[in-house]
Design a protein around this ligand. Structure first.
Ligand code: BG6
Length: 482
């Protein structure tokens, strides 16, 4: 690197996780099933979250390792079905006790908790008895859940996140379990999206009411989109792709109302998202304190004529390289392969410059401070003959992304933290334990996890990887030693 960008005083260097992907213990201490558990099991044999990293039982060991690494923040999520396991709305004391233990352990280690309220794990009872995200009945249930969290943990947790990647849940509804029971996804996803926006607003407003000094923001998944060429139509295609996969959501969070772009789209397609009197006022009142940004990669778009054949995003769930099919949205955009970047084992673009682009873009549009809540490198990995785990690609990826964040900060963007996905290996959304992201290796495989019903038969040994030691010395150097 030619120079050393300066990170602001108190910048949070951390790591990130989500309850259903890291905790395991899905049937213990009163937790009931979540929609994402079932959706994941559908993807068997690759995915099952009954054990994963067993963070539920080993969180003290994990926090001790975080402290050793020098982390100053940890972003994790609370599992709604641990807190409110059934339709009677009763609060589960064991669920509260678990998160109290984790939060207290973090604070004792000097690590700031950043807590996501919703990371895909809607209790199955909400889906079955209330109609899930399809029904406005979810709003009071969500309100009860988040109120419980703010009242139980708000004395110690000051950074809150509302809904993780609402945009991805709407774009990839089947993948993330949201589209179940919906007859006409093309139209009805906008109703679901509106209900999610109301839930986001409820969380923001309640946080400001109940948590002294509390700050809260949404968590869009942001994938910068480049035009494939300087052909003017490709530029518009890139803008269309950006609108339909992420900007629509960021606009709503920032302005509390839908953009003229979206209102026109709905009108032109005869879509009624069922916005009721008072809804927009509720959304407008919900002022986000910051944007939490998940950013891993970039995409590239080209013009797609109106008579092009539509194509869905076929995600690569098999664990093999080179099976990704790019989506085509006739008249709007087609995503294409970028020849200027390398790709991961799962065909994700390795593009640290996208991080600087994302931060510049979001800052220019919304002027909200930002925290990176996800960014990481998924790969196949195993122990070497020396007993260690060498992950040079992840180390480079994290270092290059941090450098680009530094450059964005020098560009004038306000960023207050970086939380890499993830601290320990955990269950990936679609690729089980085989797609590893951690600074810390977890000695387990999908096959081992599938073969047992008893977690105590699994080793699950924690082994810090090379990237752990790099991150440790980078943080210890005050972000000067690259
Ligand atoms: C983010 C999600 O979109 O990407 C995480 O918030 C997810 O839950 C992460 O794990 C990485 O995706 P994947 O499919 O590689 O696990």
């Amino acid at each position: 690197y030619d120079w050393n960008p300066r990170f602001p005083e108190g910048f949070l260097f951390g790591a990130s996780s989500a309850a259903w992907q890291v905790e395991g213990a899905t049937t213990e201490d009163g937790r009931t099933p979540a929609i994402i558990d079932l959706n994941s099991q559908k993807k068997a044999p690759f995915v099952d979250n009954k054990f994963t990293a067993d963070h539920y039982h080993r969180y003290a060991e994990d926090v001790a390792l975080m402290k050793e690494c020098g982390l100053t923040s940890y972003r994790f999520s609370i599992a709604w079905p641990r807190i409110i396991p059934a339709a009677d709305g009763a609060v589960n004391p064991d669920g509260i006790a678990f998160y109290n233990g984790l939060i207290d352990e973090l604070l004792a280690a000097g690590i700031t908790p950043i807590v996501t309220l919703y990371h895909y794990d809607m209790p199955v009872w909400v889906e079955e008895e209330l109609g899930g995200w399809r029904s406005r009945d979810v709003i009071p249930a969500f309100e009860h859940y988040v109120r419980t969290c703010f009242e139980a943990f708000g004395d110690r947790v000051k950074y809150w996140l509302s809904i993780n990647e609402q945009n991805m849940q709407i774009c990839y509804g089947d993948w993330l379990g949201v589209s179940k029971g919906v007859e006409d996804w093309f139209r009805d996803k906008w109703k679901i999206n509106h209900i999610m926006n109301l839930c986001h607003a409820v969380a923001v407003n309640l946080c400001h009411e109940l948590v002294a000094g509390g700050k809260i923001g949404p968590v869009p998944g942001y994938v910068p989109i480049y035009p494939e060429t300087c052909r003017p139509e490709d530029q518009i295609a890139a803008m269309n792709a950006e609108e339909f996969t992420e900007k629509i959501w960021c606009d709503t969070y920032a302005y509390g109302d839908y953009s003229p772009f979206l209102y026109n789209y709905w009108r032109n397609h005869g879509i009624d998202p069922d916005i009721r009197p008072g809804d927009i006022e509720t959304m407008k009142r919900a002022k986000s304190d910051f944007l939490a940004v998940n950013c891993y990669r970039s995409n590239t778009a080209r013009h797609a004529p109106a008579d092009a054949e539509a194509q869905d995003y076929l995600l690569n769930a098999s664990g093999n390289k080179g099976e990704l099919t790019f989506p085509v949205v006739p008249g709007q955009y087609a995503l294409t392969r970028n020849p200027y970047v390398e790709y991961t084992d799962w065909d994700w673009e390795i593009d640290p410059v996208a991080m600087r682009y994302a931060l510049r873009y979001l800052w220019d549009h919304y002027r909200l401070p930002m925290v990176i809540t996800e960014n990481g490198f998924g790969a196949h990995e195993s122990k070497s003959s020396d007993g260690k785990v060498h992950d040079p690609q992840r180390l480079n990826y994290i270092r290059d992304n941090l450098y680009q964040i530094g450059l964005a900060i020098e560009d004038g963007v306000e960023v207050f933290g970086y939380n890499a996905w993830t601290f320990t290996d955990l269950l990936s959304t679609g690729n089980g334990m085989a797609k590893r992201y951690g600074f810390v290796f977890i000695d387990t495989t999908d096959e081992e996890q599938k073969a047992t019903d008893d977690v105590s038969t699994l080793a699950l040994t924690r082994i810090p990887k090379d990237s752990f030691y790099w991150y440790q010395s980078f943080i210890a150097s005050g972000a000067t030693q690259w």
